[in-house]
Ligand binder design. Structure first.
Ligand code: SF4
Ligand code: SF4
Length: 126
């Protein structure tokens, strides 16, 4: 099962970050300000999905949902490059969006939902 940053709505990585480098945007995407990151690794310890890495330059990196593409109205690279087309991306706040309806129709599940991190990634198989 591919596991990436789950862009949690209740993200422990953001709560423990002492500098505000890890943050949640208004649209729900969790990102890291490279210039604010001091490399303390608190967020690595706090993330229950083990998806953060520290770069040799001393800052944290993880899935960013290809934010530059999204802001241009395009899709993340994992969608456009996936040869079997298994990924979807969309607006979970809109109950009429294709992805919201798909989640309801197929009863998709979140990974480690019991941790109350409120992940924004859903999986079709349990
Ligand atoms: S998956 Fe980990 S890095 Fe991503 S938002 Fe959740 S706690 Fe933070
Ligand atoms: S390593 Fe960087 S992003 Fe992670 S908690 Fe420390 S300052 Fe924040």
């Amino acid at each position: 099962m591919p596991v990436q940053c789950q862009h949690c709505d209740n993200p422990p990585c953001v709560k423990v970050c002492p500098t505000g480098a890890s943050h949640k945007r208004k649209d729900g995407i969790v990102l890291v300000h490279k210039d604010k990151c001091i490399g303390c690794k608190y967020c690595i310890a706090a993330c229950p999905y083990n998806v953060r890495i520290i770069k040799k330059e001393g800052y944290i990196e993880k899935c960013r949902f290809c934010i530059e593409f999204i802001e241009k109205g395009e899709k993340p690279a994992c969608l456009t490059t996936c040869m079997t087309g298994v990924r979807m991306f969309g607006d979970l706040d809109d109950p009429t969006s294709e992805i919201s309806k798909f989640i309801v129709k197929h009863k998709l599940k979140q990974f480690k939902a019991e941790l109350n991190t409120k992940p924004r990634i859903y999986y079709k198989r349990g």
